[in-house]
Each structure stands twice: as structure tokens, then as C-alpha cells.
Design a protein around this ligand. Structure first.
Ligand code: OAD
Length: 261
């Protein structure tokens, strides 16, 4: 519980958990922002840090819209492996705790950078996916969408996968690649929630990717108090009232328990 990545317990973790629970108990418009770290305990590798996807691949080469259009097969070869893992993944106790906090009225919504769909699987109702959804793919020519699970099943024989409806145009997951804008309405909604929130809970994100990291920045500028739960330090720790360095699958359930429904 509340341990730092090398397993040593954080000295003030107990107090910090209590303080986080106290803040959430008093929250009227609590908001969460999550990132890849929240799904790490579901078996989906993060992007940065130890074992991160971007330590193996250059994101500009495999995950930008320019590189996708130039060589979609190169993108799909990486995406095939990540998709296999993501589609098989199940929510972990961290996702479930966030759903509980929402059901108990402590959070009004979860803004996530994750595309794995695990917050909804965990029962969260208002989920704003800033970087799109990996559960569907779209045809860049006719705009039709298909479930990712169906496309995933044919990736071993069709690389890159092509649209079944419009004569073979290349398919792209409905995720935001580098160089693409974030979905306008969802982003607008997230920023509006951020400017109204009184308690901003940030979990499992390195907070280095913008505009997603603008969500907690806006919240703070509007006077929100911030809780950061992450395996390692983030650039926003110094602005937070509570910082807990630990695994979200352990820390968030403890916060939810102490918050008391
Ligand atoms: P990152 O991989 O940048 O950061 C994940 C953070 O989670 C790191 O700071 C880890 O220390 C932390 N972490 C790892 N395991 C954890 C655990 N079990 N519990 C708590 N924290 C843990 O992922 P994001 O911040 O989500 O964008 O990355 C943001 C965006 O960058 C992604 O959405 C993606 C990526 O490039 C696009 O693809 C557009």
C-alpha cells in the first residue's frame, strides 16, 4: 500500500491518504484525470518510464499522423501487439475505485488520456476520452467505423487492415495520433469541468503531454485543490495539496474506502 516503486513504504502515506479522503468527502465537483499508469496494473504498458512503449519506439515515427499516412503497416504492426493486450485487459481495483467515487457523488466525471475503455468497463458513467477510443477503427475515406475487436481478428492476414465498405481504403483506430487535434467537444467539456472543479484528483499520468495536462492547470487556476497519485514524481507535485507516490491499484481503493461512500 502506498509504496514507492522500489517497494519502500512512503513515510507519510497514511496521513496523505486521510487528507485525500477528507478533500474528496468535501468535494462538490470532484474531477479525475487519469493516464496510462492507471491501466498498468491491468497489464497495459505505459508510454514513458520503465518498460514504456516510447522507450522501445519513437512516437514520432510510429504514432504521428504523418508517419501513419506514410506507412500505415508500420503503425499497425506496433498497434497489433498493443491492441491484443488492451482488448484482453480487465479493469483493476484503481479503475473500480474511481467508479465507486463517481457513484458516491465524490467525482462528477473522469477525464482520461487512456484509449483502452477500462473506465467504462469498471462502471464509470461520465468518461471523457481526450485521446479517443481504441475500441473502434475508422475508414479515413468513407468515415465508417468498425469495432476494433473485429479488425484485430484479421490483422494476422491483412496488414494494414482495409475498409470492407469502400473498396479498400486504410483503416485507422479512432485514437488521437501526434499531430492530430483532440476531439473538440470532449476537450471543451473537460476544460469546462476543470474550471468548475473544487477537487482535482490526478492519477497515473506523467503530466507531460498537453493539452491534457491543461486540465489540472485550469483546475488549479480556478482555485481547485489537487491530489496526485502516481508511481513517480510529476512536474505538478509541487502544486498539489496531497501527493502519494504509489500504485493506483492500491492507493485509489484505499482513498475510496477512507472517503466512505
Ligand atoms: P505516461 O506513460 O507518460 O505516464 C504514466 C505514469 O504512470 C508514469 O509517470 C508512471 O510513473 C506512472 N505509473 C506507472 N505505473 C503506475 C501505477 N501502477 N500506478 C500509478 N502510476 C503508475 O502516460 P500518460 O501520462 O498517460 O498520447 O501519457 C500521456 C499521453 O502520452 C498518452 O495518452 C499518449 C502518450 O504519448 C497519445 O498517444 C496521443
Amino acid at each position: 500500500m502506498g509504496s514507492v516503486p522500489d517497494g519502500r513504504p512512503g513515510a507519510d502515506t497514511g496521513l496523505a491518504l486521510e487528507r485525500a479522503a477528507e478533500l474528496l468527502r468535501g468535494a462538490r465537483h470532484g474531477l479525475a484525470l487519469t493516464g496510462a499508469g492507471v491501466s498498468a496494473e491491468s497489464g497495459i504498458p505505459t508510454f514513458r518510464g520503465e518498460g514504456g512503449l516510447w522507450t522501445q519506439y519513437d512516437p514520432v515515427k510510429v504514432a504521428s499522423i504523418e508517419s501513419f499516412l506514410a506507412d500505415p503497416a508500420a503503425y499497425w504492426l506496433v498497434s497489433r501487439e498493443r491492441g491484443r493486450v488492451a482488448l484482453a485487459a480487465r479493469p483493476n481495483p484503481g479503475h473500480l475505485a474511481l467508479a465507486e467515487l463517481e457513484a458516491a457523488g465524490r467525482l462528477v466525471a473522469i477525464v482520461t488520456q487512456n484509449t483502452d475503455g477500462l473506465h467504462r468497463d469498471a462502471g464509470s458513467r461520465r468518461v471523457l476520452e481526450l485521446h479517443g477510443s481504441g475500441r473502434t477503427v475508422e475508414c479515413l475515406t468513407c468515415g465508417r467505423t468498425e469495432p476494433r475487436s473485429e479488425v484485430q481478428a484479421r490483422l494476422d492476414v491483412e496488414m494494414p487492415p482495409r475498409c470492407k465498405h469502400c473498396g479498400g481504403a486504410v483503416l485507422k483506430p479512432t485514437v488521437v495520433l501526434f499531430g492530430e487535434p483532440m476531439p473538440a467537444e470532449v476537450t471543451q467539456e473537460a476544460f469546462e469541468l476543470a474550471s468548475k472543479t473544487d477537487v482535482m484528483l490526478v492519477a497515473g499520468t506523467s503530466l507531460v503531454v498537453f493539452p491534457a495536462a491543461d486540465v489540472p492547470l485550469r483546475a488549479m487556476r480556478s482555485g481547485a485543490r489537487m491530489i496526485v497519485v502516481n508511481a513517480e514524481p510529476t512536474p505538478f507535485d509541487r502544486f498539489a495539496e496531497v501527493v502519494i507516490h504509489g500504485r493506483s491499484g492500491e492507493v485509489l481503493p484505499e482513498i475510496a474506502r477512507l472517503t466512505g461512500g
